[in-house]
Design a protein around this ligand. Sequence first.
Ligand SMILES: [Zn+2]
Ligand SMILES: [Zn+2]
Length: 334
Amino acid sequence: MKQTICSQCRRTYPLNDTIEAFGVIFCDPCGRARFAKMSDIEIASANVVKRIDPTVCGRCRADFGDYELATIDGTPICESCAFMLRRPFPLKLKIAAAILAIVVAGTYARNFRFIYGYFQYKSAIRAIERGDFDRAASAYESAARNVPENARFDQSAKLYRGVALYRQKRMKEAIPFLKAGLIAEAPENQRTLAAVIEMCQMLDAFDKKDYDQFLNSARSLENIDRNDPLGAISVASALAAKYAQTGEERFKTDALERIARAKKLLPSTAMPKDQLEAFEDRILHRIDTREIIDPEEYLKRYPAGRPRRERSSNARSSEGPIPKSGSRSDSKGI
Ligand SMILES: [Zn+2]
Ligand SMILES: [Zn+2]
């Protein structure tokens, strides 16, 4: 095995555990420290070269001391590995070549993993900025594989996988990912994320027509932030569903009370005014008809909004103006 000295910390390392960048030798920790602070452009200009020890087999990792091995596609390979790889059957050869490619890529990745991890991290950040959470999750997953000691990558991977699934309305699948991601979130984001998880649970319950669970989750959501109209209107929606299902007046009374409460609160980012009004329309429809339909179906039936004369439910609800049709594109609320 050949050894080399890191240009930064001056410690001695096996050659295979070092890289060359900017024309000098870096060990893994020093390279990591240096690359973490660099921009993408700087990294691209670093001319990173993985240093390969010709005395260690790239396949079985056997150490041949001072003896330099012959190479296959740039990878030092010992005699017995070469024999394995050169078996005369074309199919086996192909398989062997494929295995070698994986092994070599593995060697490469092991040494370059922190750089890959860093690239993936950068890529994830860009994806988040674009709102491409699916891509962000994949990039973080890849970063987590390359740099498993950075738990943050894995937690972020789970969080954004959860967000991506949530956006695809795959609520049930999203919940465990979001919960795993929640642990790692900064305290200031905990509440928002907890609300997203409750919303997932609510939407999942709605899909399953489990209106008791729907109501429970809506109440939990309301308790996360009692000043956000999202909570009150969600409880109203769930109560209206319970009314539609059972015909019990108390659910209707409570639902109308919650609508009035939601309208007294200041609109929020999660529940802006136009969405609140559209949401209210759908809840009143649910109460009036005792039919439970999802927002897509509602929009299909009433593309320009439900005519006011069809409403019978509630005097209080007619205080607000009928929302413009343009504001009805929302399908968030149920
Ligand atoms: Zn070093
Ligand atoms: Zn070997």
